[in-house]
Design a protein around this ligand. Structure first.
Ligand code: AMP
Ligand code: MN
Ligand code: MN
Ligand code: MN
Length: 279
């Protein structure tokens, strides 16, 4: 695995809020020329076996991954676990609790939608009919399908996003706890899409300091949709905090043409690739 190999360490399947099955995702990665792909579904490892088998057939190296929801100073933070052992008993039990938190929150959000005059029970049923662990993306899609909003981003703005009418703050476990699960499962914890959190520059540095203190090992320096300027700034942060650099599209759906699988800027040379020891 050379520095110029095509690597994408952040992608979703329909085991969470992606639209493709794990096998379809891997096939798409192969077509896009990806050499190494991490399947990182939200709070579940359910797709990893299928992805590994498909990767063996398609010639794509599959990194067993997960994207775990955590909280830090009452913000939701996403931590990628890369090269995890999905059979880890502690991780499995932790992900079981995460799944339950997701189901409880989804019921609460749908109850809040009912209070707003929307058909909460039918929306909940639509989300629960999906194969994946429930996320707000599924609910946004159900709101679009029911004609309640025109587009998923409107669903977030009007109902589901922070400060919106049916927003329910999730009770995610602390960042340090999530990092500990990942390390316990033999994985490397990588902080996902660092620019996406509503934080000041100082807040972001504090987040990174706490992440490192908890045992975090990498930063997603190159993320889907972000430009070279963003990558350079994140590379500086990775160097400052002694973190390895990760690259990931956060691919969800081929219809999101602005965020394709495996088409990512190069990791700046000043950062050590998180996959180097797995070459
Ligand atoms: P959850 O983990 O249930 O809170 O759902 C979060 C998921 O919703 C993210 O992983 C994104 O895929 C999606 N999402 C969050 N905010 C937006 C938004 N404004 N527009 C579209 N999708 C979003
Ligand atoms: Mn998502
Ligand atoms: Mn995320
Ligand atoms: Mn993601």
């Amino acid at each position: 695995m050379t520095h110029s190999a095509k690597v994408d360490l952040h992608a979703h399947s329909n085991c969470s809020d992606g639209s493709l099955t794990p096998a379809e995702l891997v096939q798409r990665a192969a077509t896009a020329g990806v050499d190494m792909l991490a399947l990182t579904d939200h709070d579940t490892v359910a797709g990893l076996d299928e992805a590994q088998s498909a990767g063996g057939l398609a010639g794509v190296r599959i990194v067993p991954g997960v994207e775990i929801s955590a909280s830090w100073r009452s913000q939701a933070i996403h931590v990628l676990g890369l090269w995890i052992d999905p059979a880890s008993a502690r991780l499995q039990s932790a992900l079981g609790s995460q799944a339950e938190r997701r189901r409880v929150r989804m019921r609460k959000i749908c109850a809040a939608l009912s209070d707003l005059g929307l058909p909460g029970a039918a929306l909940l049923a639509a989300v629960e009919a999906q194969p994946g662990l429930p996320t707000r993306s599924h609910l946004a899609a159900a709101l679009v399908a029911g004609g309640h909003v025109g587009r998923t981003d409107h669903a977030f703005r009007k109902y589901l996003g922070a400060g919106a009418a049916a927003h329910i703050a999730a009770q995610w476990p602390a960042l340090a706890e999530v990092v500990a699960w990942i390390r316990d499962a033999g994985g490397i914890a990588s902080l996902a899409h660092p620019a996406r959190y509503a934080l000041s520059a100082g807040g972001r540095r504090q987040l990174l300091a706490d992440f490192v203190a908890a045992g975090g090992g990498a930063l997603e320096v190159v993320t889907g949709g972000n430009g070279a300027q963003h990558s350079e700034a994140c590379a500086m942060l990775a160097m400052k905090f002694g973190l390895l650099g990760s690259v990931g599209s956060d691919f969800h759906d081929p219809q999101f043409t602005w965020n394709p699988l495996g088409r990512l800027a190069k990791l700046p040379d000043c950062v050590i690739p998180v996959w180097r020891s797995h070459a």
